[in-house]
Design a protein around this ligand. Structure first.
Ligand code: PLP
Length: 355
């Protein structure tokens, strides 16, 4: 049976990305060796890194003065690496969910941290709006898509201080004004690649200012200076990243990704709002296009498990909601297809007809 992949991460990738990566795993560039067995210093691999960096810069229209590096450790390591490198006196964090809260906790190990705004009291069902931002922050950290709760910042904030963005689950889904950011980071396994690589975009002239000695691997300068080759980078994940970036470009870039994301989100939220069985979980204006969360209406609560089974029988994978929200979550990253979204919407309609 055809499967429709709504996994939250690692998640769906374009079929051609998987096929092209699989080919290189069997025989890298006709060398007779697998991508898994070549040296990262092989002369054939450097172009993979170079093209990946160039495509990310091109697709996100990254201005001069920024570096793109590929690291291990996931977005979770960035929760500490960001403050280690950029927290001088005081950093601000917007608490919009589980990931934002984890980032805030790690930053406290490095200096003064202000929770500038929070929607925790409302179980993160909306983004905080209209809060004051101290002008003396080294940076303001935001999580642009709250993967678990299903809220998303659809535009870069207008703020008086530099931003740092955890864009793990919405990078490459819209144009971004990178010049507003000191750093952007993303675990690549949601919208860019297979698991194993983290993409970090850093503003070069903000490096080396933090008043602390940094372990070599934690200092971004190590990786900037060595072009992500200080130690062995995740070779196969980087290759899959390259294929995804080629795909995004061939499809029309991040503007086209944004158009598709809006189209998919309108279809799914449209059905959630129309269907008597379901309701969305977050404020309408903050609804995520990537992480679409919904639950059964109270009077139909007992149909939660039956709907999950119904959808699973029709090939839907990964729509069970995160345990902190319950219900359902349809992750609609860049690779998600209209066919997949339509199959989900049809399942919701057909299930409603049965009840
Ligand atoms: C998944 C996710 C993370 C954690 O990523 P890891 O690479 O598993 O550490 C952090 N932030 C956001 C927004 C995420 O969606």
């Amino acid at each position: 049976m055809k499967k429709y992949n709504f996994n939250a991460g690692p998640s769906m990738l374009p079929r051609e990305v998987i096929e092209n990566t699989a080919k290189q795993i069997l025989d890298f560039n006709g060398s007779g060796l697998s991508l898994m067995e070549i040296s990262h210093r092989a002369k054939d691999f450097q172009p993979v890194v170079d093209e990946s960096v160039a495509l990310i810069k091109e697709l996100l229209d990254i201005p001069e003065g920024y570096s793109v590096i590929f690291l291990g450790g996931g977005a979770s390591l960035q929760f500490m690496q960001i403050p280690a490198n950029f927290l001088i006196k005081k950093a601000g964090y917007v608490n919009t969910g589980a990931w934002a809260k984890k980032a805030l906790k790690e930053a406290k190990l490095f200096g003064e941290v202000v929770e500038v705004a929070s929607s925790a009291a409302d179980n993160y069902t909306h983004l905080p709006h209209g809060y004051a931002i101290p002008s003396d922050l080294d940076y303001l950290h935001v999580c642009t898509n709250n993967t678990i709760y299903g809220t998303e910042l659809h535009e870069d904030l207008e703020v008086p201080v530099p931003l740092v963005g955890d864009m793990s689950s919405d990078i490459m889904s819209r144009p971004v004004d990178v010049s507003k950011y000191t750093a952007i980071y993303a675990g690549a396994q949601k919208n860019m690649a297979m698991a194993g690589v983290t993409v970090v975009i850093v503003k070069d002239d903000m490096l080396g200012k933090a008043p602390r000695e940094l372990p070599t691997m934690i200092d971004y300068r190590t990786h900037v200076e060595k072009g992500s080759m200080f130690n062995t980078p995740p070779v196969v994940p980087i290759y899959s990243l390259l294929e995804t970036m080629r795909w995004v470009k061939a499809q029309g870039g991040v503007k086209e990704m944004e158009r598709r994301a809006k189209e998919r989100a309108e279809l799914v939220y449209g059905e959630i709002d129309r269907n008597k069985l379901f309701r969305g979980t977050v404020a309408e204006s903050d609804r995520s296009r990537m992480s679409i969360c919904f639950v059964m209406n109270d009077e139909y609560k007992e149909l939660e498990k039956p709907f999950l089974d119904f959808a699973t029988e029709r090939g839907m994978v990964g729509i069970k909601g995160h345990r902190s929200v319950g219900g359902f979550r349809a992750s609609c990253y860049n690779a998600q297809t209209l066919e997949g979204v339509n199959a989900l919407v049809q399942a919701m309609k057909d299930f409603e007809a049965l009840h």
